[in-house]
Design a binder for this molecule. Structure first.
Ligand SMILES: Nc1nc2c(c(=O)[nH]1)N[C@H]1C(S)=C(S)[C@@H](COP(=O)(O)OP(=O)(O)OC[C@H]3O[C@@H](n4cnc5c(=O)[nH]c(N)nc54)[C@H](O)[C@@H]3O)O[C@H]1N2
Ligand SMILES: Nc1nc2c(c(=O)[nH]1)N[C@H]1C(S)=C(S)[C@@H](COP(=O)(O)OP(=O)(O)OC[C@H]3O[C@@H](n4cnc5c(=O)[nH]c(N)nc54)[C@H](O)[C@@H]3O)O[C@H]1N2
Ligand SMILES: [Mo]
Length: 764
């Protein structure tokens, strides 16, 4: 039974209904949608409790996105948003998966379900084991599970035969213990979701401004005169950002949106917590919308900067901030020489935006020094993604728009603690200073060789070089590129382990044996030997704050993530000659873990004390103060490459994006309300004239293929939707399209898969 091929993704249709795309986001329909999810999946008492404590001081951090909470005035009804409440309804569901469920459903039968159906089965409540050759998972005690993992890990020829993945929901405390355990075990194989996400931002920013994080605070967003939102869909993925943009506009700020899609949340926002806004139909957000072609951003930014140079020539000294540039930057002359060698009209044609609109954008930029650029996955998942990031830095430096209030760079993070995990050392390429300090504090010699990142792990698995794959959260199979190859790799492992709250497809494509370890979620109380515990997280703007669950855990057997890591380390290092920390004591009181973080990582002085402030504390950020911690102390202008993708007549550029009803691979529902799609995910959005030219009828079922390095990858059965997007551009949802993403094509330097610029062919 088990030998029947396991479905890597469901290809079934669910019954599409198409409406008109929305021009306004949020408002009352969003509140109703959110309440609908809560009512359907949660116990009413839990829903009410959770709604009032989400993102409140002393409450729990929303398990959704990493957008920060206001330092002061938080809405009484929780700092909540529609998709935040959906995230909570997903985690705090009233449904439970017990041992009986796994006894009646084989792994193969579960894999036949869609991701939506799998996720809705309920919370995992006890450790489960898939024995070698078995068709069904069966219960296993925690003790036996830790023994099994310890045997497998200690039996490896080298520690590098294990890979330890992290998803960005993991708390600082769990992440710190985890990387410590992994490095004491002897490897830097710490791939994480960030490798597929903002790695390009971290890479481009570290090199140019000396820190791999954003430089602005929420107060800066409110105070900015101009915000450019590029390659991001905040209405769906960071809805609370719309409230911050609203404040900026009320203070007189302007917004430019740069996106291939006219996303509802970029155009118009109805704040659901303000009656005045509801009654008056809300507030227009973007003052200017530039409908860029996919991967046309470097060309667009260059054209915009050329238009700025033209303005500067008319009124010298008014636009380029020479004083700032001279005092704080390097590489200006080289950058300008390269820029001037480009042709404005050619760049405009390349990015697909008409010249007058680029000139209008330049006028807006020229008139406002307090400028912030916000971005997300639309810029980071391309071959030239790091170039995208560095080109935005050029624009910021040209205007001297950094190190002053209301200005700077703002990569908007995804997972709620993805930034904190990196600060804690979840990184396959750790800095030597970090390892030195870790070694000093804990008295060991950490491994120095860089480990595998996500694409490196997939390649190593395929070669049979990874024997144990351990995941602290996430859904590696579905989130990673090249689903088929990733599945092949996972199947070559001896043991695959997932610490999870919910069942997902990664639990169904396994090594010779597999474990699922159920853990507490953000919403639940966490009681350890020395009393109730809270965890800490770092948001997108470098604020570290506490998060404490309030709901009763969904099962008595659940363990917290720090406890699971500590027990694993205890089991693995038991009887080793060299002493390691008292792991169990650490997990009994998270203050103890925080004390060790304080000793190891700069910026965490008086951690336990400061994190007890209701607002938490800001981590140090040099560029925010105009100090650039690069080797020469300067911010760097760089020369960057425009897209080198040349489409053949029958090719299109596909971006794989999120619907309004999902959190990454977790499918909340089957609607994408703002884009007018209901009850279906297997859709591909195409430009209408392109469809006519190719003879594709609206709603016709078509198939998508990619062709990289002689490998043809196919995703079958997508309904073609005519949509407002540039010629030769296409969009479809992830993770259904991850089968198309090659694992061996990625961004230069950051190695992030090219999920936003896949060259595809269509067939019927
Ligand atoms: N509800 C919800 N919230 C989430 C998530 C979720 O899945 N659901 N995921 C979380 C995570 S981990 C992340 S990383 C973030 C993701 O947040 P986003 O980056 O907003 O997510 P995507 O859907 O990938 O959207 C990318 C946007 O970029 C645009 N885009 C694509 N290609 C290009 C391009 O070449 N140039 C430009 N200028 N734009 C382009 C797309 O049209 C789309 O609007 O959200 C986080 N928050
Ligand atoms: N084609 C394509 N692929 C992409 C992207 C894209 O835009 N296009 N985006 C990429 C991005 S930005 C990201 S961040 C990755 C996401 O990659 P991942 O982080 O690996 O994926 P998620 O879907 O967020 O993980 C969901 C699973 O996490 C588990 N989980 C939820 N809460 C908790 C918790 O509190 N603790 C633990 N231990 N487990 C929990 C649940 O079991 C759930 O099934 O995907 C990437 N993949
Ligand atoms: Mo992400």
């Amino acid at each position: 039974m088990q030998n029947k091929p396991v479905e890597l993704t469901s290809e079934q249709f669910t019954g599409i209904r198409v409406g008109t795309p929305k021009k306004r986001a949020v408002g009352v329909p969003a509140v109703l949608a959110a309440l609908g999810h809560a009512a359907q999946w949660m116990r009413p008492s839990d829903a009410i409790k959770a709604m009032f404590r989400i993102n409140q001081k002393g409450g729990f951090d929303c398990p959704g996105c990493a957008w920060p909470d206001p330092d002061d005035d938080r809405s009484r009804l929780g700092e909540y948003c529609e998709n935040g409440l959906k995230a909570i309804a997903e985690e705090a569901t009233k449904f439970r998966l017990t041992a009986d469920f796994f006894q009646t459903h084989s792994v193969a039968a579960l894999a036949d379900l869609s991701d939506f159906e799998i996720g809705k089965k309920g919370r995992l409540t006890q450790p489960m084991w898939l024995r070698p050759g078995a068709t069904h998972y069966e219960p296993i005690s925690w003790e036996a599970a830790f023994q099994l993992m310890s045997r497998e890990l200690n039996g490896l020829e080298t520690p590098d035969e294990a890979a330890f993945y992290t998803s960005g929901r993991t708390s600082n405390e769990a992440a710190f213990l985890y990387q410590l355990f992994v490095r004491m075990f002897g490897t830097n194989n710490l791939p994480d979701c960030s490798n597929m996400c903002h790695e390009s931002s971290g890479n481009g920013l570290s090199e140019t401004i000396g820190i791999g994080k954003g430089t602005v605070t929420l107060a800066d967003i409110h105070a900015a005169e101009l915000i450019i939102v590029i390659g991001q869909n905040p209405g769906t993925n960071h809805p609370r950002m719309l409230t911050a943009l609203e404040k900026c506009k009320e203070n007189g700020g302007k917004i430019i949106a740069i996106n291939p899609l006219p996303e509802a949340g970029l155009l118009h926002y109805i704040n659901p917590q303000r009656v005045d806004r509801i009654l008056t139909g809300g507030l227009p957000l973007a003052d200017l919308f530039l409908q860029v072609r996919i991967n046309g951003d470097v060309a667009l930014l260059k054209a915009l900067m050329l238009a700025l140079l033209a303005l500067e020539q008319k009124t010298p000294g008014s636009i380029i901030d020479h004083t700032f540039i001279k005092a704080n930057t390097a590489g200006f002359d080289h950058f300008i020489a390269d820029l001037q060698a480009h042709n404005f009209e050619q760049l405009a044609a390349e990015c697909g935006v008409v010249p007058v609109l680029i000139e209008e954008a330049a006028q807006m930029v020229a008139a406002r020094k307090k400028m912030i650029i916000c971005w997300a996955m639309g810029l980071t998942q391309h071959k030239n993604a790091v170039d995208n990031v560095r080109e935005m830095v050029n624009l910021i430096l040209l205007r001297g728009s950094i190190g002053i209030p209301g200005a700077g760079v703002c990569p908007v993070r995804g997972h709620s603690n993805v930034q904190g995990d990196r600060t804690m050392g979840i990184w396959e390429a750790p800095k030597p200073e970090f390892l030195d300090r870790l070694g000093q504090v804990f008295g060991f010699e950490p491994p120095r060789k860089h480990g595998y990142d996500t694409v490196g792990t997939i390649a190593a698995m395929q070669k049979g070089q990874i024997k144990v794959f351990f995941a602290l959260g996430g859904n590696f199979l579905s989130a990673a590129p090249d689903t088929t190859r990733t599945a092949e790799g996972l199947r070559k492992c001896q043991l695959t382990v997932h610490v999870s709250t919910k069942l997902n497809r990664s639990h169904l494509v396994t090594g010779t044996q597999a474990l699922i370890l159920p853990c507490l979620g953000r919403t639940e109380t966490d009681i350890q030997e020395r009393g109730p515990q809270f965890v800490t997280v770092e948001n997108s703007m470098g604020v570290v704050h506490r998060s404490q669950g309030i709901l009763e855990p969904c099962g008595a057997l659940l363990k917290s993530e720090p406890a699971i890591v500590a027990e694993l380390a205890h089991a693995v290092f038991f009887n080793r000659p060299h002493p390691t920390p008292n792991w169990r004591a650490l997990a009994s009181d998270y203050d103890r873990i925080r004390d060790l973080i304080e000793q190891t990582i700069p910026g965490f002085e008086r951690y336990n004390e400061r994190v007890r402030n209701p607002e938490g504390f800001y981590l140090p950020n040099g560029p925010r103060q105009g100090i650039f911690p690069t080797p020469d102390g300067k911010a760097h202008f760089t020369v960057n490459e425009t897209s080198d993708i040349q489409l053949q007549p029958d090719e299109y550029l596909l971006m794989t994006i999120r619907s309004h009803d999902q959190f990454n691979t977790t499918i909340y529902g089957l609607d994408d309300r703002y884009r007018g799609i209901h009850h279906e995910r297997r859709v591909v959005f195409l430009n209408e004239p392109d469809m006519e030219a190719a003879g594709i009828k609206p709603y016709q079922v078509i198939h998508l293929t990619t062709h990289y390095q002689q490998v043809v990858r196919e995703a079958r059965n997508f309904i073609a939707i005519p949509y407002d997007l540039p010629r030769r551009c296409a969009a479809a949802y992830f993770p259904e399209t991850n089968v198309l993403v090659p694992a061996d094509e990625f961004a230069r330097k950051s190695r992030t898969p090219i999920s936003k610029s896949l060259v595809i062919k269509l067939s019927v």
